[in-house]
Design a protein around this ligand. Structure first.
Ligand code: NAD
Length: 510
């Protein structure tokens, strides 16, 4: 069991598990703006991880046995606890990630719709349905349902420590699974808060449990025999997850990084497009998997767009005071990545029209807008994860689509166009695209969330996100004496002839 700090939310104690209670090594969670210690957590080793997963097995059977209606009730009660304490949770998110308190509260608020959607729609999406058998098998009835897998391991990142892991956790729980959650080592307090809040509405069994630690703890979870592993993080770690899960043939969901493009057509509303580019690129200090990193603008509106972006970015500032709209970089190593991308862009002929190398401090990165950056430079090919944008002029939208698609990533995208928005959106090779707004898809619970290429595979959210944490169970049941007796050595020559005749009637004209 984890020793959660004062920021956790229990009203009742968490259920007992058989997790070893011997002294373990610990690590500290730090406030990225100040370096202050926010909490101390165990570094769970393989033995503790395995014991946690073992405790989850029994809980999984109990939780699955509750059925959709009772699970839905508990999930809605969990959403209620989160809603009533939204500020308390936002405090923890703010303390561990540094993001402004109002952004943290927005992140929490967005999750509530997902919990309620998953609770409401799980019965319809996953429940047993009769399906057609076709003429040849018309002496049978057929049905399919989506059964919970058992215990799902969830490994989360730090950048949206509520919204992102709950995309997997909520949908896995609604589908009837128990969950063992390893939050990022940068945000263990947020994980502890969520798990403690769940234990208040499900006190009977450890249906949602926390393990904490670094990569080795995550790897132990991959190797623990969980029935599915849902990972959100960088593609590099995603590869390690797949290696570790391969040994036990554990299926995985990989929600990896992105290098999302925003396209601005000649007929676009330039003020709105600029606002979307600036917010999409710089909110959360640019540390958003579906954040805007590259912008392609039709040459007819390029200058107007640049002017508008400049006007919007100039008053923005990264800092830790209440007036700062941008917080610190959460990971101490991230400013080096941003610096490297800006330096590479500038060395190769790019220009910083705002910010530049001087914008990169030790903890804070000031907004930076780069133009004339070659398409194969790091700032256009690799995930920067800082408050930076590259903006490029294109001759037409075909060129914009080609450049947007020239990426190993394929997570999200944005299109601003009055006439061709949806058409352009469909041509972009990404899991999700917003038209005339930014990141909207993430807040619509009925839409699947996920990517292609190095952005990963598998889906959270929506019906696909519910099915992701289940296996399809098919049942074929004889409902009358066999018409043709196909699956028996007693099959006769007449049966064979009837089958051939029927097959010819059904498929012979193709
Ligand atoms: P990360 O890959 O460094 O770490 C993610 C998690 O994996 C952490 O909990 C970490 O402890 C764990 N981990 C590290 N090594 C491991 C190993 N060998 N085995 C098992 N687990 C291991 O990512 P991060 O820095 O926390 O998050 C930022 C990344 O996440 C960015 O690339 C961002 O784009 C991506 N992200 C993607 C989405 C999405 O939905 N696609 C959402 C948010 C963030």
């Amino acid at each position: 069991m984890t020793s959660a700090p004062e920021t956790s939310a229990p009203e009742t104690s968490a259920p007992e598990t058989s997790v070893p209670t011997t002294a373990v090594a610990t690590f500290e969670s730090l406030d990225p703006a100040t370096g202050d210690v926010v909490g101390t957590y165990p570094i769970d080793d393989a033995e503790r991880v395995n014991a946690t997963v073992a405790a989850a097995r029994d809980a999984a059977d109990w939780w699955a046995g509750l059925g959709f209606a009772e699970r839905g009730k508990r999930l809605r009660a969990w959403a209620g606890v989160i809603t009533r304490r939204i500020n308390q949770l936002a405090d923890v998110v703010h303390a561990e990630t540094g993001k402004p308190h109002s952004d943290a509260a927005l992140e929490v608020a967005l999750v509530l719709d997902h919990i309620s959607w998953a609770a409401k729609h799980a019965p319809k999406v996953l429940g047993r349905k009769r399906v057609s058998t076709g003429l040849v098998m018309s002496d049978h009835s057929a049905s399919v349902e989506y059964r919970p897998m058992g215990v799902v391991g969830v490994i989360g990142p730090w950048n949206y420590p509520v919204f992102t892991p709950l995309g997997s956790i909520t949908y896995a729980l609604a589908a009837g699974n128990a969950v063992v959650f390893k939050p990022s080592e940068y945000t263990p307090g947020v994980g502890a808060w969520l798990v403690d809040a769940f234990a208040q509405v499900v006190p009977e069994k450890p249906v949602l449990q926390l393990i904490t630690g670094f990569g080795a703890t995550g790897e132990a979870l991959c190797r623990s025999g969980v029935d599915k592993l849902a990972f959100t993080g960088s593609p590099a770690t995603g590869r390690k997850i797949m290696h570790a899960c391969a040994d036990t043939l554990t299926p995985v969901v990989i929600e990896g990084g992105g290098k999302d493009a925003l396209l601005v057509d000649a007929d676009a509303d330039i003020a709105k497009a600029a606002d979307a580019a600036v917010w999409g690129g710089m909110a959360n200090a640019g540390q958003t998997c579906v954040g805007v990193e590259r912008v392609y603008v039709h040459e007819r509106v390029y200058d107007e767009f640049l002017d508008k972006v400049t006007e919007l970015v100039e008053p923005l500032r990264a800092g830790s005071d209440a007036a700062a709209k941008i917080g610190p970089m959460t990971m101490p190593s991230q400013p080096d990545v941003v610096r490297r991308h800006i330096a590479d862009a500038l060395q190769r002929g790019g220009r910083a029209i705002i910010g530049g190398l001087g914008a990169v401090g030790e903890r804070f990165v000031q907004p930076t807008v780069l133009v004339d950056v070659p398409s194969d430079s790091l700032a256009n090919t690799d995930e920067t994860f800082g408050p930076t944008l590259t903006i490029a002029r294109v001759a037409n939208m075909d060129e914009a689509v080609r450049l947007a698609n020239d990426s190993r990533y394929g997570l999200g995208a944005t299109v601003f166009s009055k006439k061709r928005g949806k058409e352009l959106a469909r041509r972009i090779r990404s899991g999700m695209t917003a038209v005339n707004s930014v990141i909207a898809f993430a807040a619509i619970p009925s839409l699947p969330f996920g990517g292609i290429g190095e952005s990963g595979f598998g889906r959270i959210h929506g019906p696909d996100g519910l099915r992701e944490f289940t296996y399809a169970k098919a049942v074929a049941s004889r409902r009358m004496p066999g018409l043709m007796n196909l699956t028996s050595f007693a099959r006769t020559a007449a049966n064979d002839k009837n089958l051939t005749t029927l097959a010819t009637l059904l498929h012979g004209r193709g």
